[in-house]
Design a protein around this ligand. Structure first.
Ligand code: NAD
Length: 255
């Protein structure tokens, strides 16, 4: 049970982050949500599973707002025991047509924010002598796909940062690992299906094509399945899992 632990899940108003927050809340953790969009709906969903969650609306592209979120966690919850770095965005275009502002935003939100939350969470974890840092990377942290230069670069960066954090905490009860999902049907992926539909492909065909290109199971990974993996990484049995990049991808990386 995660009773008495506080979990901060970035980007947890939607998709995978909301699923991970639900799993952690159901296991007894106090949860702090972050992200945009339908915040109330996310809050209500988590409150039904456990305690009333906290919320901070930091824009993770801004280090100042991240620092403010970490101060809020310290002040209201006594610090972060489980840090889930999940917030992320995507943009799909070839390098020579890739908008520079999209590159900068993806590197800031998908990679640099992980550095900032981690550097600010670690002192408290060391003080309390327990911690879990779980980074939602991607199969794109280990292999590439065309037209995803910023995302692939950021996710490879997250896997590298995960390993460094694992080494720096290796002699402590703090662990740091990355989870590398294949396709999960969230708004981030629906957007890519919609691009195919806009290009004239039938909706069901667009969804099946996306799966068939990369994911041998031809089924989506679910946020609930990823939540179970996160719970395992939080458990005492996982204390020697350090610096892993753990894929859950319907066979994507087996090819
Ligand atoms: P999503 O779009 O459903 O959710 C993204 C979340 O991040 C939302 O809560 C959103 O409000 C928040 N967010 C976006 N920009 C933010 C910002 N600047 N500051 C704070 N919060 C911000 O996406 P998802 O598919 O659930 O993705 C979650 C993570 O999982 C991402 O890091 C993504 O790269 C990764 N991932 C997703 C898939 C997939 O197939 N969906 C696969 C592998 C990895």
């Amino acid at each position: 049970s995660l009773q008495g632990k506080t979990a901060l899940v970035t980007g947890s108003t939607s998709g995978i982050g909301l699923g991970l927050a639900a799993s952690l809340a159901a296991a007894g953790a106090r949860v702090i949500l972050n992200g945009f969009g339908d915040v109330e709906q996310a809050r209500e969903q988590i409150a039904r599973l456990g305690a009333q969650p906290g919320y901070h609306g930091a824009d993770l592209s801004d280090p100042e707002q991240i620092a403010d979120m970490m101060r809020y966690a310290e002040r209201e919850f006594g610090g972060v025991d489980i840090l889930v770095n999940n917030a992320g965005i995507q943009h799909v275009a070839p390098v020579d047509q890739f908008p520079v502002d999209k590159w900068n935003a993806i590197i800031a939100i998908n990679l640099s924010s992980v550095f900032h939350t981690s550097r600010l969470a670690l002192p408290g974890m060391r003080q309390r002598n327990w911690g879990r840092i779980i980074n939602l990377a991607s199969v794109h942290g280990l292999v590439a796909s065309k037209d995803k230069s910023a995302y692939v670069a950021a996710k490879h960066g997250v896997v590298g940062l995960t390993k460094t954090l694992a080494l720096e905490t290796a002699r402590t009860p703090i662990t740091c690992n990355a989870i590398c999902p294949g396709w999960v049907l969230t708004p981030l992926v629906q957007q890519q299906i919609d691009q195919r539909i806009a290009a004239g492909v039938e909706p069901l065909q667009a969804r099946n094509d996306l799966l068939a290109e990369k994911q041998p199971s031809q089924e989506f990974v679910t946020p609930q399945q990823l939540g179970e993996l996160a719970l395992f990484l939080c458990s005492e049995a996982a204390v020697q899992v350090r610096g892993a990049a753990w894929n859950m991808d319907g066979g994507w990386l087996a090819q």
